[in-house]
Design a protein around this ligand. Structure first.
Ligand code: FE
Length: 378
């Protein structure tokens, strides 16, 4: 039976509909202004007056939350964790791995494959490390960092059931040309991150995406703009940003938005196990992490992922930059869907998946719709 939200302000990812309706089953059947809405007999109408509807969020970089890390390689717990992410507006998720042994990453990928076969939230996998730079390791455990190895990546891609769509690597760490060719031929986006590559090295690389811009790379330097500068400057390069107020200062978020615009940024959470839990001790990549005041840190003070929810990233971006709802939607969903060829996601239009959020005026999530199924919150 088709459901219809009526009288809502709808941000489609391409434009705004001020007073509109959206009719859907598992995918979107129709969308438009209320003036042209005609109720059909089978319609189940939900009056959404005073509320907003936007596409569901797509998080391409997150290690875990709610007490679980993808690296636990526990399919049942992973499945529960991912379903909890619906409460923060995530309707597509790329489970992200961390630098560990080949065997641990392999076990994690097998667990993800098992979950993904039944849970449509998983739309890809992000491999973060181990093919990165020790000098820019951040919270990635140094002992397992090593040069890029194509055979290992091929083995992992097989273990995942061909779900790897994004890999964080340091292009300066050796001859990566074959590795890069395999990725571009197999729809794996190459993301420079945890890298000290120079601008020149990046121009020679095939990197088209930057992992958590400004973090795990040199800061912007006026004579060597490095990974951050390459990401900011190059139009065909997409940058991830952790907008939690701690990983990047507010003025730098504004500066990046000014340089890239809403079409060049993807909000991520980079969340770890402790998201959704009270302050205290936690873990990332086998290392002890302390969570206090919304920050997760290693013993030496290094930020160790975040405890950011996606809806908070969305709100922060609007707050820090003054961007429009439509621009925030692009950075949370539309850009990700386009880059990773999620052809039926990231926009609200007929034929697309009914993945969307019903928000009130304060941007509180009232409902998350996944494949047409409504999950009620608040
Ligand atoms: Fe990282």
């Amino acid at each position: 039976m088709p459901k219809v939200y009526t009288n809502a302000t709808i941000y489609t990812g391409e434009g705004d509909i001020e007073k509109g309706y959206i009719r859907f089953e598992d995918s979107i059947i129709g969308i438009g202004k209320m003036e042209i809405f005609e109720e059909e007999e089978a319609d189940e109408v939900v009056d959404a007056e005073g509320n907003m509807i936007i596409p569901g969020f797509i998080d391409v970089h997150s290690h875990g939350g709610y007490g679980v890390d993808n690296m636990d390689a526990d399919p049942e717990k992973m499945n529960d964790m991912i379903n909890k992410m619906l409460s923060e507006g995530i309707t597509s998720y790329f489970p992200t791995t961390i630098t560990q042994s080949d065997e641990q990453i392999d076990a994690c990928l097998r667990a993800i494959k098992e979950v993904a076969e039944a849970n449509t939230l998983i739309q890809g996998i992000h491999i973060e490390g181990p093919f990165i730079s020790k000098a820019f390791k951040g919270a990635q455990p140094e002992a397992f960092i090593r040069p890029a190895q194509l055979e290992t990546l091929k083995k992992w891609q097989k273990a995942s059931g061909d779900r790897i769509r994004l890999i964080t690597y340091a292009p300066e760490t050796g001859d990566v040309s074959e590795f890069e060719d395999y990725c571009t031929e197999n729809d794996i986006v190459l993301s420079a991150g945890h890298s000290g590559a120079t601008y020149e090295e990046l121009l020679e690389s095939k990197a088209t995406h930057i992992t958590h811009l400004f973090n795990g790379q040199k800061g912007l330097h006026h004579r060597e703009i490095g990974v951050s500068g390459y990401g900011l400057l190059e139009d065909d390069v997409m940058v991830e940003m952790i907008v939690d107020g701690y990983h990047i200062s507010r003025p730098m978020v504004r500066l990046a938005f000014k340089a890239k615009g809403a079409d060049g940024i993807q909000l991520i959470t980079d969340s770890m196990r402790a998201k959704g839990l009270p302050d205290g001790e936690s873990e990332l990549g086998g290392q002890k992490v302390t969570v206090k005041d919304k920050q997760a840190r290693l013993a030496d003070g290094t930020l160790a992922g975040s405890v950011l929810t996606f809806i908070d990233a969305f709100k922060n971006m609007i707050d820090y930059t003054g961007c429009s709802m439509l621009e925030a939607v692009k950075m949370s969903s539309t850009n990700q869907a386009k880059e990773f060829k999620l052809d039926k996601k990231g926009q609200l239009k007929p034929g697309f998946d009914a993945d969307m959020l019903l928000l009130d005026k304060e941007l509180t999530i009232k409902q998350t719709v996944l494949g047409g199924k409504i999950h009620e919150f608040n």
